[in-house]
Design a protein around this ligand. Sequence first.
Ligand code: DGT
Ligand code: CA
Ligand code: ZN
Length: 574
Amino acid sequence: MEQVTNEEVAVLLYEIAFYLELSGDTFRPRSFERAARSIETLSESVMEIHRSQHIEGLMKIPFVGEGIAKKIDEKIRIGRVTQLEELKVRFPVRLSELLTVESVGPKTVRVLYEQLDIKNVEDLEKRAREGKIRSLPGFGNKSEEKILKGIEFLKACKGRQPLGTVLGLAQHIRDQLRFIEGVKSVVITGSLARGKETVEDLDLLAITSLPDVLVKAFISTSEAIHVYQKQNTRVSIRLKIELNANLRIIPEESFGAAQQYFTGSKEHNLALQRLAQDKGLKLNEYGVFSKDGQTIAGTNEEGIYTALGLPWIPPELRENLGEIEAAREERLPDLIKHGSLRGDLQTQTNWTDGKNSIEEMGKAARELGLQYIAITDHTRSLAMVGGLDESKIQEQGREIERVNRKLDGIQILKGAEVNILKDGSLDLSDDALADLDVVGAAVHTNFNMPQDEMTRRMIQAIRNPHVDIIFHPTGRIINRRPPYAVNMKKIIEAAKDNGTILEIDAYPERLDLKDEHIRMAVDEGVKLCIDSDAHSMAQINYLSYGITQARRGWASRNDIVNTMSLDELLKHLS
Ligand code: DGT
Ligand code: CA
Ligand code: ZN
């Protein structure tokens, strides 16, 4: 049995639709797409339906007929769909690869393949450089430029993956290894331990009395596809998710030193080594030593920092960006702690592009121990996701009131994610905005404005008295879309002048604000919020990535408004 998520099933059906379309089929692609959309919005797991009710159960899903149900069944039982494999042999175009290029959608891929025989990103780049794309019907110089930019951006991010796609797996591997015979301790180090927004590999350290047993367990984890290196104390493997994982076995007496060293960053370590030298000491991955070779520290991290005359420094700060000086002067920030959020101020529901109902989102937030959650569906100018207009917003408000009467232990706030239009105005009337508890404004269109225009556009929204928060302030999507050109310094100043909150969007591909911008905002005393931007119940869990990001930006509890109780928050917003 394959473990597949609803999202993967939907992607599979879209893929089949795409290849069927290439084969000249005009009717079936639409039915595959309808089924895919239906599965995307389903609140039950397709795997689960299949397990309990087989093909018959699948056929009860709206728009899933027998033919499509059989494809899903095949995928779940044997991990692939024969028809799709055959289609891919007939039409050897790499759809999923090409879709990673910004601005390239399935329709574009089809035209590029049919007109220019472009099968992969390499072909695409070649044709774009030759200037062949601009002359296709429906394309132009601009689209060709955009494609080249998208490819360049992809190349620059190659190899690094968002923290959110790696952390869960890393923790899973760590927890598995902890139960192996002889193991005393396993920790995650490297950029992952520092909570960096993207990581290149996974670095694990362990103490064990039976190294052979641990190495064997590590290389035979079901996530591994290849073993690079196998020594007694160091192993590297390739994981299915196209990432390397390194395990080092460390003697107990130098474990703290190794943990400190391999947590990094390299810059932080080099600065510490200089500090050690100045004190007449030597610091390396085995410990802190005096000139005559006496061991001063090594078993634990605190001991290393103490030996250098410093308090322990949280890993998120270890970038050599002033944390060592701050530690020496005892002015390290009291970083916001995991578990300290009381609410979430950006979530979407099935009123627009989210998957779950208002009530389901409320229950999920309550389950996580939150006191309040704002429903912030998109507004009308985002027609492609069914953005809400004034009357729909009113209708949604009544539904929120109904759910609030029904549910105890959670308060659902009326909100919206309004679109900041090209001229800085918003796509919802002032009257409608005034009725909402929380108004988040964000740029979702016209990304390619020059920096001063974009900055002016956003500042105008910041000045709007109805706007409480600027959502995902730079619009970047990690490994896919660069931030739009905006002067963050000016945005932060304007937010300060107008008491507008800036968001740290915890969605793992966004993490927007970036750490450096969070720090600028914190330094200016601008208030921030950490939101999940959840599009389903499960995604409310993303909040923890936002906390990590906030910690990397030196933020304390006081900097983050949704650590407040509901009463305090509502007072702050009004
Ligand atoms: P990454 O892998 O690019 O996401 O970032 P890191 O920080 O995990 O880097 P990585 O995996 O190359 O090395 C892990 C840690 O080992 C790094 O954060 C600091 C330490 N380290 C690696 N090379 C050196 C070095 O040449 N000097 C010092 N002092 N430390 C190093
Ligand atoms: Ca690393
Ligand atoms: Zn948004």
